[in-house]
Write a protein that binds this ligand. Structure first.
Ligand SMILES: [Zn+2]
Length: 569
């Protein structure tokens, strides 16, 4: 058992490795390292009838109503994801997290064709959790992450799906395992979910390997013979359309063929989710990677009614440390909250490696959830728990954010700056958001279509898409200098704090009745008019004296490093 647990630990560590491809911007180098050559495949085709039947079954994925409300009073709840062997072996940790205010421990169960933890171990872990007054729920890793450890072995436990699971094929013909969806992957996930449900789990999350792109920014899907034939047949395309698709993907062209492909891969993933949901018979949730969307097979609209973990990144001090690291993370969360109901929204509050995100930065991540009204915080760190001492910082921070959240909950941020992430970015973009404007201390709101007032910040692929549209004539658009093609009337600002603060000074007199931060210091200012409140987050690692200007009033604020406060207006 000891050997099994140890081996399994490596699995969890790799799976939850936030430095693994799920979180890296795509580069030629890291893509190359994820793939391996696997010789000849023999794949049976779905019949068209089977496929259409599966698609209609997946058309609506209703959520279950059993998803448990937090045990404690208040809107905010806190969760920790742990391997069962940690729960049974580290009594002190379990006591610490319970005392800190953790409601639920999510235990790792099924791993892409493997069950590394025995039923007995899971039962014992559940009992420990419940004895400490917390709920025990399940997290599965359904497809496996692609990663640079592909093909390697640890102990006697494989780090990849079993050999009878088929690899996926890239557009260039190279093959890879992980995030590959071919039968029997769904069938075996369903079987595991039925079995694990019998333990009494009432909710299960699918980890963020449940996607069809290896990393953010990749236009995903599998390009094997089976998928090519199915795509062409179900869409009524001639064989020649395939090369057109490959060219569109290579050039990131948002064509009707490419849209058909994105729909096709979304149909596949949603169909698998629906089957697993039916098998589990209780709440099944999806964890979505950083800016995860349709080009990764994740049709966000399909998951509006299920537990939904918003995609974050920045799992260590190096990546989270800069204002841009923080605004990128906030940007992704705000985008996903367009689809996730606050009550079903979970954060990805992850440290990786476990000791590489300081307690102070981890506490700062809690603020992002408050700002965006994400009600549940999911602490994760792979199999190695982050240092126990972190909880001395986290416990009071959790209580502070819970208190702020009571004021913010149910209210939407409103303001002259507009957060926009359009169809083009979702379908063919590289997931490099223009986000640093969130640090200007000017209120913002999330929009789904271009508004005619305020300033809408466009990321490069959306900017390219809008160059040919005339509907934007009255909208004030702001592009960054990296947008090679952009609407003629758009302002152009470099994505740097000095350039953006210069832009802020140029438009400050036009902010109307919106409160804003007077100083040119990086800070997020979220305004909730219906709560008559503003939340201000100091993005500096040093204390800052800031001034919240609202009409004729000036509210002085002294905020500690990375600290936030709520100001009633
Ligand atoms: Zn395939």
């Amino acid at each position: 058992m000891k050997r099994l647990d140890t081996s399994a630990s490596h699995i969890v560590q790799r799976i939850n490795h936030p430095g693994c491809p799920k979180s890296h911007p795509p580069t030629t180098e890291n893509h190359a390292s994820y793939s391996r050559e696997i010789p000849g495949l023999n794949i049976a085709l779905f019949s068209r009838r089977e496929w259409i039947k599966a698609m209609s079954a997946a058309a609506v994925m209703a959520g279950y109503v059993t998803f448990a409300e937090p045990q404690r009073k208040g809107v905010r709840s806190y969760h920790r994801c742990l391997a069962p062997n940690i729960v049974t072996s580290d009594q002190q940790l379990v006591e610490t997290v319970a005392a800190a205010g953790i409601d639920t421990i999510w235990l790792a169960g099924f791993f892409y064709g493997h069950r590394p933890f025995s039923d007995d171990l899971l039962k014992r872990a559940m009992a420990v959790v419940q004895r400490h007054g917390m709920k025990a729920e399940l997290i599965n890793v359904p497809l496996g992450h692609p990663g640079d450890s592909l093909g390697s072995k640890e102990g006697d436990f494989p780090l990849t799906p079993p050999a009878h699971w088929l690899p996926a094929v890239r557009p260039d013909g190279r093959q890879f395992v992980g995030t590959s969806l071919h039968e029997p992957a769904t069938a075996e996930n369903c079987e595991a979910l039925r079995s694990l449900r019998a333990h009494g789990f009432r909710a299960c999350f699918l980890d963020d390997d449940f996607r069809l792109a290896r990393s953010p920014g990749e236009i995903g899907g599998c390009f094997c013979d089976q998928h090519r034939t199915r795509f062409l047949q179900t869409r009524g395309y001639p064989a020649s359309q395939w090369q057109q698709l490959l060219d569109d993907i290579a050039e990131r062209r948002n064509t009707s063929t490419l849209q058909a492909w994105v729909e096709f891969i979304c149909d596949e993933l949603s169909s698998s989710f629906h089957a697993q949901q039916q098998a589990f018979g209780a709440d099944l949730g999806i964890m979505i990677m950083y800016l995860g969307a349709e080009k990764a097979g994740i049709r966000l609209n399909d998951y509006r009614r299920v537990p939904f973990r918003v995609g974050e990144l920045m799992f260590n001090d190096e990546s989270f440390g800069s204002p841009k690291g923080k605004t990128d993370e906030l940007f992704s969360v705000l985008f996903h909250r367009r689809f996730a109901d606050p009550k079903r929204a979970f954060s990805e509050t992850t440290a990786f490696p476990a000791d590489k995100l300081s307690a102070r930065n981890m506490a700062a991540k809690l603020i992002i959830s408050t700002l965006a009204d994400v009600r549940h915080t999911m602490f994760m760190s792979g199999v190695t728990p982050f240092p126990h001492a972190h909880w001395e910082t986290l416990a009071p921070a959790m209580k502070t954010q819970a208190r702020f959240h009571e004021i913010i909950a149910g209210h939407k941020p409103h303001g002259p700056f507009k957060h926009y992430w359009g169809q083009s970015e979702r379908s063919v973009g590289t997931d490099q958001p223009f986000s640093l404007w969130l640090a200007l201390g000017v209120p913002f709101e999330v929009v789904e279509t271009l508004p005619s007032e305020g300033w809408t910040f466009l990321t490069d692929f959306d900017a390219r898409d809008l160059t040919s549209q005339s509907t934007t004539a009255n909208a004030r658009l702001v592009c960054r200098t990296s947008a090679a093609n952009r609407p003629a009337q758009a302002l152009v600002v470099e994505e740097s704090l000095p350039a953006l603060f210069a832009f802020k000074r140029s438009i400050c007199a036009q902010l109307g009745n919106a409160p804003y931060i007077a100083e040119n210091e990086p800070a997020v200012c979220a305004w909730y008019p219906t709560a008559n409140a503003t939340m201000v987050w100091n993005l500096s690692d040093e204390p800052r004296d800031l001034t919240l200007v609202h009409a004729s009033k000036k509210h002085p604020l002294r905020l500690g490093p990375l600290a936030a406060d709520v100001v009633k207006l």
